[in-house]
Design a protein around this ligand. Structure first.
Ligand SMILES: C[S@@+](CC[C@H](N)C(=O)[O-])C[C@H]1O[C@@H](n2cnc3c(N)ncnc32)[C@H](O)[C@@H]1O
Length: 307
């Protein structure tokens, strides 16, 4: 590791997502964009039952979670590891009079955060507890099982860590990681850890919908050939972990993003117990509004099921 240019870590990414410029960017999207047409198409296709218990990873300022609520999904737990994003998401839900969405601060690579201390927890001591849910369909008295553990004892022992939360095995009917959040986890092994964690908390057969940018997009092949040459010479940005990583800055802040090729995504899904179902680019799925196209480039939607 180069001392002058340390590798990008999840702390770097979390700090970037807590940056005020980035928070404003995603809060605007949550207020003004809502669900994209392409997202709605896949959500309707894979979650025809509005009672589905859904988990949204990397929820940012609440664009998707609030959109899901308005689309009739009222059993949604959404989490993000950036505290500022969660605050925005909670504010947005509150502004809209939504009381039933659960937002948690949690890291997708570890959803067992408070597990070790859970048996000792007195629910009255922690900020919010959704009790263990007996099996059967979710309803208002029987919400998805999640425990948010932000008790004072944890703040004392782990002041710098994101909120601790424990999500139980085999709980959710589906999981969403939209607008490329999975690819903002630095290091392939860490992304695989997140894939395993998300799988663990889903019931068998549960769909998983996520997006990536394509590294094999023909329009970018020349640029990637130049980047491959830099890696071959050891002249790449020393903060990067793997070929396909990018770290760049613009008026909305700093962004780390890994761009996978098709084989990499398929291999990672297979290695972590997900069966690939289909994939398509956003432009193939729908014609998005200029506002959405202005907010974000084309991306590829992937659908897998817990094998
Ligand atoms: C590109 S933003 C998308 C936000 C939101 N889903 C949307 O579409 O507007 C990606 C989000 O993933 C979150 N994220 C990245 N890595 C994460 C991790 N390991 N655990 C939880 N959240 C993560 C970031 O904090 C950020 O809010």
């Amino acid at each position: 590791m180069n001392e002058a240019s340390p590798k990008i870590t999840s702390d770097t990414v979390r700090a970037d997502f807590n940056d005020v410029r980035t928070v404003i960017h995603y809060a605007r999207a949550a207020h003004f964009l809502g669900l994209w047409k392409s997202e709605k198409i896949l959500i309707d296709r894979y979650f025809p039952d509005r009672q589905a218990r859904l988990l949204e990873a990397g929820c940012g300022a609440g664009r998707v979670a609030v959109g899901l609520w308005h689309a009739g999904y009222h059993h949604v737990v959404a989490f993000d590891f950036a505290a500022e994003m969660i605050e925005q998401a909670e504010n947005l839900a509150q502004e809209q009079g939504i009381t039933g969405l659960t937002f948690l601060q949690a890291d997708a690579t570890n959803l067992r955060g408070g597990a070790a201390s859970l048996p000792a927890l007195d629910p009255s001591e922690v900020g919010a507890v959704i009790p263990n849910r007996p099996s059967g369909p979710a309803d208002d008295k029987n919400p998805p099982r999640a425990v948010r553990d932000n008790g004072p004892h944890l703040t004392e022992t782990a002041p710098a860590s994101p909120g601790k939360c424990h999500l139980f095995d085999d709980t959710f009917d589906g999981v969403l990681f939209l607008f490329n959040g999975l690819m903002q986890i630095p290091g392939r092994e860490h992304r695989r850890t997140a894939l395993r964690e998300l799988r663990r908390v889903c019931r068998a057969g549960a769909p998983f919908i996520f997006t990536t940018h394509d590294r094999d997009d023909p329009a970018d092949l020349k640029e990637w050939a130049k980047e491959a040459d830099r890696w071959a010479r050891g002249a790449q940005d020393p903060r990067l972990h793997e070929f396909g990583d990018r770290y760049f800055s613009d008026e909305t802040g700093n962004t780390f993003m890994h761009l996978p090729d098709r084989k990499e995504v398929l291999d990672d899904l297979a290695a972590t117990g997900w069966a690939h179902v289909e994939d398509a680019t956003r432009n193939e799925l729908a014609s998005e509004t200029p506002r959405v196209r202005n907010f974000s480039d084309n991306c590829r939607f992937w659908v897998a099921r817990k094998a």
